[in-house]
Structure formats: structure tokens, C-alpha cells
Design a protein around this ligand. Structure first.
Ligand code: PLP
Length: 383
């Protein structure tokens, strides 16, 4: 079976740099908040084009830090897409706030700005006929929106920020998959009031464990997030000004990321070349992913659509090609969210995508022979 993501090939290429960086940490012994953490934050802020980067322990914590720093909690409505990984909505619920789902644009898989505007207006008007609203909506106030750069493609930030501005919403960009992507000359992670990413090993920029980071130009927000990251710390360790977390990034992970960041731009190019070859070969066979003009995907996943998705996946498996389904069930239909009372049919574009989507192997070491093999396997599977 060919690998779905080839981390071994990446390590083979970067091994000397990674080992050098890890050895330096073993030598200085500052395993918590060592010098590599600040160095990484500066490098990531420069890469992303923002004033402040706050590293943290996971992508989930990266979503949690800004929402906690902003005081999001019970009674707050947080608008987001149901076609995403559970963490996007989970952090909202953990804080006692309520996710209000908004359907996707079926072409990009990302939250649809016009539907977002309708959802906010429907909530304000207490009109569940204008948009499917969750149980208890009568008691909710619009507070924030979490957009997701699904599969690596940045969400449509300009119109989304317009809706956020019109309604006074805080816009958090979940760039866990989008990190490295570009939206009209700006990097993913820098597209909202705040951006969050993940360094889970399988993400476009991954470490060797859990890790994450938050990006913002807002100095006050950055300072609050640094406080939340270490137990709501105030002027010193034993001055606690808010309830917080232990959400620090390990120095060893920062060291690994510093080594990997060097090669990241080149990897993004390699992912893009592989995606272009897939799309050329698969045209007419399946619905290939759309990248709107002015945007670049980080290609966290190469995801296509087909009515006979399951037949394709079975045929690929027979031919030694792994495929995955991200995501088979939208969040509004998950058992964990049954209490929100959403019915099947509430978000038809998300539900249709969940029935038809499948993802092919994607990583920077994919050769032309690899993508040709995958394309041929898809063609044979459909014959
Ligand atoms: C991976 C992911 C997360 C969570 O990141 P972790 O580092 O696993 O906590 C959040 N949102 C999206 C869209 C993701 O893909």
C-alpha cells in the first residue's frame, strides 16, 4: 500500500537539521518555554505576516485560547460550519457557548458568507424559518464566527469579515488545515481577527506530537492569550488574573518545527504540483477540487467528489492505494450534538459533500509516477 502521508520521506530529507535542533534542546535542558519557543513564534509571525504569534499545545488549544481570552461563554452564539473536524465546534461547547451551524459553499467546502449573513439575521430576528437554529436559540446573542480553511483552501475571508464587521462578531480563522495557503496575497492564519493552526503530525506543517499556534495583529488579545496559556498568569507565576490552561508548546516540538519550517515553502510547491497533476488526470472522472482565482491551497487533503465514492475507495484499496473520507458525518448530525436538535436536511450542501467526498494520498514526496498510479486506479475502479 502506498502511504497516504509520507512522513518518513520528509524525515529522510530533513534529518540532519531536525537532529541538530533536538540535540540543542537536550543540551540546554530548557524543556518548557526554552529559547526555541520564542524563536519559532517570531519565525511563524514573519511567515504569516502578523504582529503576534502565540504557540500552544495543540490546534484545539489554539482555538480555545482566543475564545477564552475574549470571554466567550454561556449565552453566546458562535457561528461555524458543520463540515469540519469536531474540534472546531467542540471548543465552543466546552466554554458553554452554542455552535450555530451555517452551510458550506458546495464548490469550496468552506462556510458560505451569504448563509452566514442569513444565519446571524435569523438569530437576531428569532426566526428559525429563515435559517435552521439550534435548540435554545431564543436565549443566544451573536458573538463570534469560526471559519475553517477546509482541506487547505482559505475560506472566503473578505465577505466573511464584512459580515462579521456588520454584526460586531469576532472572527476566528481555523487554519489547522489551511496553514501555508494564500488568500489574495495574505497567508492563511492572518485572515480574521485571529487565526489558529495545528502542528499535529499529519497537518501541512506538523511536529512530532501535538502542537499549535495562534496569530493576531491585536496586541491586547495576544497578551490575554499568553496569560490563558499558562493558568491565567498575571504579573508572575503565582498571580492568576483569570482561569486558564496549561497549553504551552514543548520546546522540543518548537525545535522540530524550526527545522521543518525551513523546508515548508518548498513542500507547499510540491503539494501544489501533485494536486495539479491529480486534477489534470482526474478531470471528467470525478469532481476535482476548485481553487478560486487569487487563492492557493495548502493541500492538507486532496479531496474530490463522486456519487460512487465507496466503489472508488474499494477499487483503490484493491490496487494498493489508500483513500480516506473527511468527513463522513457533518457535525449537526453527530450524536454529541443531538441536543442542538438539528434535523437531517438542515444543511444540504454539507450533507451531500459528506456522502460524496473522498481524499487521495497527499504529501510533498508524491512523485509523478505516484499520482499517475492513483489516477489510473481511480479510472479502473470506475470501469
Ligand atoms: C486538526 C484540526 C483541529 C485540531 O487540531 P489538533 O492539533 O488535533 O488539536 C482543528 N480544526 C481542524 C479543522 C483540524 O483539521
Amino acid at each position: 500500500m502506498m502511504p497516504f502521508i509520507d512522513l518518513a520521506a520528509q524525515f529522510a530529507k530533513l534529518e540532519p537539521a531536525i537532529r541538530r535542533r533536538m540535540d540543542a534542546v537536550l543540551a540546554h535542558g530548557k524543556f518548557i518555554m526554552g529559547p526555541e519557543v520564542a524563536e519559532l513564534e517570531a519565525a511563524l509571525a514573519a511567515f504569516t505576516g502578523v504582529d503576534h504569534c502565540v504557540s500552544c499545545a495543540s490546534g484545539t488549544d489554539a482555538l480555545l485560547l482566543p475564545l477564552m481570552a475574549k470571554g466567550v461563554g454561556p449565552g453566546d452564539a458562535v457561528f461555524t460550519t458543520p463540515f469540519t473536524f469536531i474540534a472546531t465546534a467542540e471548543v465552543v461547547s466546552l466554554l458553554g457557548a452554542t455552535p450555530v451551524f451555517v452551510d458550506i459553499d458546495p464548490a469550496t467546502f468552506n462556510i458560505d458568507p451569504a448563509s452566514l449573513a442569513r444565519a446571524v439575521e435569523a438569530l437576531k430576528a428569532r426566526d428559525p424559518k429563515a435559517h435552521p437554529l439550534p435548540a435554545g436559540y431564543e436565549h443566544l446573542t451573536p458573538r463570534a464566527v469560526v471559519t475553517v480553511d477546509l482541506f487547505g483552501l482559505p475560506a472566503d475571508a473578505d465577505p466573511l469579515m464584512d459580515v462579521a464587521a456588520a454584526h460586531g462578531l469576532f472572527l476566528l480563522e481555523d487554519a489547522a488545515q489551511g496553514f501555508g495557503g494564500v488568500y489574495k496575497g495574505r497567508r492563511a492564519g492572518a485572515l480574521g481577527h485571529c487565526g489558529a493552526t495545528s502542528f499535529f503530525p499529519a497537518k501541512p506543517l506538523g511536529c512530532y506530537g501535538d502542537g499549535g499556534a495562534v496569530f493576531t495583529d491585536d496586541a491586547e488579545l495576544a497578551a490575554a492569550m499568553r496569560s490563558v496559556r499558562v493558568h491565567g498568569q498575571g504579573s508572575n507565576k503565582y498571580d492568576n488574573v483569570r482561569v486558564g490552561l496549561n497549553a504551552r508548546l514543548d520546546t522540543l516540538q518548537a525545535a522540530i518545527l524550526l527545522a521543518k519550517l525551513e523546508g515548508f515553502p518548498e513542500e507547499l510547491e510540491a503539494r501544489d504540483r501533485a494536486a495539479t497533476r491529480y486534477s489534470a488526470g482526474l478531470a471528467g472522472l470525478v469532481e476535482t477540487p476548485v481553487v478560486p482565482a487569487g487563492l492557493r491551497s495548502a493541500w492538507a487533503q486532496y479531496s474530490a467528489l463522486h456519487d460512487e465514492r465507496d466503489r472508488i475507495i474499494a477499487g483503490l484499496k484493491d490496487r494498493g492505494v489508500p483513500a480516506m473520507i473527511y468527513y463522513p458525518r457533518p457535525l449537526h448530525l453527530q450524536t454529541a450534538y443531538a441536543k442542538l436538535g438539528y434535523a437531517e436536511g438542515a444543511f444540504p450542501h454539507s450533507e451531500r459533500a459528506a456522502r460524496r467526498v473522498f481524499s487521495l494520498p497527499m504529501h510533498p514526496a508524491l512523485s509523478e509516477a505516484d499520482t499517475d498510479k492513483v489516477v489510473a486506479a481511480v479510472r479502473e475502479a470506475l470501469q
